[in-house]
Design a protein around this ligand. Structure first.
Ligand code: WTA
Length: 634
């Protein structure tokens, strides 16, 4: 795989890191990789042996068809087995491994004076109480629960409570608009919605409950009001008197439907028998942008996702007992699902759960938190790195970052300049950078370095993870060998790959399997260099990536043309220094339409609710009827 005399500059792991690493060198990686492909049955069975199974599997570790010409596409892992992921990530640690007193999360709020510590046994008891409340609200196995919560511990409690009782969680990022929330509630037909009264994002107070009520009203207008109960958390920052601004927050209330979290939990039992689920029962739905504009409900199932997130977390972050791990993503995205909740908890890890933003109340917030909790493994997005790079090294120098051992990135290609800065300024030249390529659909990392094994090239996601077999195809579907550039595809499944799009298997097959029969098509372009390293070149469909968040041009175009004055809209991507890409929207008005501030504001509103991004408008002097809008998340 690697040519030792490669002409590229390589970064090698230190002997110190290699000494106690799970995969200590390239040969070990290659050997395990070979085993995972040649003997997947044995490889994955060994992983499964670490977990609790109420009933063993009757089928093989993996069964599948990836070829549309041969019938339906399917993937199954450990058919016949019964288990519960919540039991495995909590009870197993507390009951069988005496980890009850170990810290599961250090929660750090938007404001530095807001923080709390949650141990594994506390987490288990919160989860059980929440699970009992959900059951009492009538939620049963297979029912969907929508969750629209900021990064507070109740978000983790609720998702695990769903997993415990076999309900399917559908988390909607709490920065999304009422329109997006409504669309997702309708698609899942959730009976219960869990939210909070409000949240501070930086300086800004957001009235979440009001957005929820607007969403529910929109659902009713569309004659689809599945939600019967809305469980509302009082945000910790809005509980105290010092959060005096909370007085400004009017929480709309419907006593038929709305229930305060604290009141519901009071008296709810701390014991809750898990629902024993089939390996292939659904665990969650998470929406991701689709090129037609309608978001796709990616569905993951219990056993395969558990094995895969657990194993990738263990190896990619080389997890060890004393680690303090921090992933800065929001749980509303797949990165948070896999690498804040399920992967770390499956390993009994201690994580930081951070609600805030990188520059509030000051630009050294990330570094301050690393020092405060002595973070050893740090995982963030290139967009955050590029943002913080702009402030230079001074904010970093105020803090002790000597605890760091591994740093990682996710969500978009990282440019070599940002990689170098991350490696030198943050990782102090000592920490390998794991550039992890994956997707909502893949469930976990699929191309990634292993920190003690893989010589690194800045900007390359390097090699496939265990069980993953990538290929590069040309436009005609011919496989390219050696040095090549083309479509990145995968020839076979791994346990954590999505199983379908919720209630739309046809779209699942058309989107991912039709173009090149026999392969899962990622939608990303990729180059393999002469040393066998993979370099993601970015999306090659109508998707773009703003600050690590995928969105489709069609989605924004459809929203803009809803405006009565708009004749046509065309949305394209443009490189952006910090956010990777941003949107430029070309809008032609109808003859009757007049360009003025009001139209611009209305268009911004429409664009924002579709792409859930904040839109900035600029008017080009030479463009009479064409307004150019640049949109960006954050
Ligand atoms: C992009 C996020 C380059 C890619 C986990 C992919 C990346 C999309 C990387 C999925 C990376 C993610 N290098 N590009 N390390 N990681 N991407 O579903 O285009 O939100 O298809 O999942 O992000 O975005 P999603």
């Amino acid at each position: 795989m690697v040519v030792p005399e490669s002409r590229d500059k390589m970064y090698y792991p230190s002997g110190d890191l290699q000494r106690d690493a799970h995969v200590p060198d390239l040969d070990s990686y290659l050997e395990l990789y070979r085993k995972s492909l040649e003997n997947p049955e044995v490889f994955w069975q060994e992983v499964a042996d670490e977990f609790f199974w109420k009933k063993p599997a009757t089928g093989p570790m993996l069964q599948y068809n990836f070829d549309v010409t041969k019938g339906n596409i399917y993937v199954k892992c450990m058919e016949g087995a019964k288990t519960n992921i919540c039991y495995n990530v909590l009870d197993r640690h507390v009951r069988e491994r005496s980890l009850g007193e170990k810290v599961a999360y250090y929660w750090e709020g938007n404001s530095p004076d807001q923080h709390m510590t949650i141990t594994y046994s506390q987490l288990l008891s919160h989860v059980c109480r929440c699970a009992n409340v959900l059951r009492q609200m009538g939620v049963k196995k297979g029912d969907r629960v929508s969750i629209y919560l900021p990064m507070i511990p109740e978000l983790v409690y609720t998702m695990l409570a769903c997993a415990r009782i076999g309900a399917v969680h559908s988390i909607v990022f709490a920065g999304f608009s009422s329109e997006s929330l409504c669309e997702r509630i309708i698609d899942t037909q959730s009976s219960v919605l869990v939210t909070a009264d409000g949240v501070y994002r930086g300086e800004k107070l957001i009235n979440l409950k009001q957005i929820v009520d607007e969403a529910l009203e929109k659902c009713r207008e569309k004659a689809s009001s599945s939600v019967t109960k809305c469980l509302v958390v009082k945000h910790p920052a809005l509980r105290t008197k010092s959060g005096a601004a909370c007085n400004k927050l009017q929480t709309p209330w419907d006593s038929e439907c709305d229930v305060w979290w604290d009141e519901a939990m009071r008296g709810s039992p701390e014991e809750c028998e898990p629902e024993w689920l089939d390996a292939e029962d659904p665990l969650f739905i998470l929406y991701t942008s689709g090129s037609t504009g309608k978001p796709k409900g990616v569905l993951h199932t219990v056993a395969g996702y558990m094995l895969y997130t657990s194993l990738t977390f263990k190896y990619v972050f080389d997890h060890h007992h004393g680690d303090v791990y921090w992933c800065t993503a929001d749980i509303g995205w797949i990165t948070g699902h896999s690498y804040i909740t399920y992967g770390p908890l499956a390993n009994g890890a201690t994580s930081v759960l951070f609600e805030g933003v990188p520059v509030h109340p000051h630009v050294g917030r990330f570094w301050e938190i690393i020092e405060k909790y002595k973070v050893t493994k740090f995982y963030t997005a290139p967009t955050a790195i590029r943002l913080l790079m702009k402030y230079g090294r001074e904010p970093l120098q105020k803090y002790d970052l000597s605890s760091l051992r591994i740093v990682g990135t996710v969500g978009e290609p990282i440019n070599p300049e940002a990689w170098q800065w991350y490696h030198e300024a943050v990782g102090q030249g000592r920490c390998p950078v794991v550039d992890t390529f994956w997707q909502t659909e893949t469930g976990g990392h699929v191309l990634t370095p292993l920190p003690a094994a893989t010589p690194l090239k800045p900007g390359s996601a390097t090699f496939p993870f265990f069980g993953v077999e990538p290929a590069i195809l040309n436009e005609h579907g011919e496989e390219l060998e050696g040095e090549a550039e083309g479509y990145l595809v995968f020839r076979r499944p791994w346990p954590g790959i999505m199983r379908t799009l919720y209630e739309n298997h046809e779209r699942f097959e058309n989107t991912y399997f039709k173009k090149f029969p026999g392969f899962y098509v990622t939608g990303d372009g990729c180059r393999r260099d002469r040393d066998g390293y993979y370099w993601i070149t970015g999306r090659i469909d109508d998707m773009l990536n703003v600050s690590g968040h995928l969105m489709s041009t069609a989605e924004v175009e459809a929203a803009l043309t809803e405006h009565p004055a708009v004749a046509e809209a065309a949305v394209v991507s443009r490189p952006h220094e910090v956010k990777g890409e941003c949107l430029y929207c070309f809008v032609s008005l109808k003859d009757c339409g007049e360009f003025n501030r009001a139209v611009v504001e209305e268009l911004k509103g429409l664009g924002q609710s579709s792409a859930s991004c904040w839109i900035h408008v600029r008017r080009r002097k030479d463009a009479a009827a064409t307004i150019i809008i640049s949109a960006q998340i954050g």
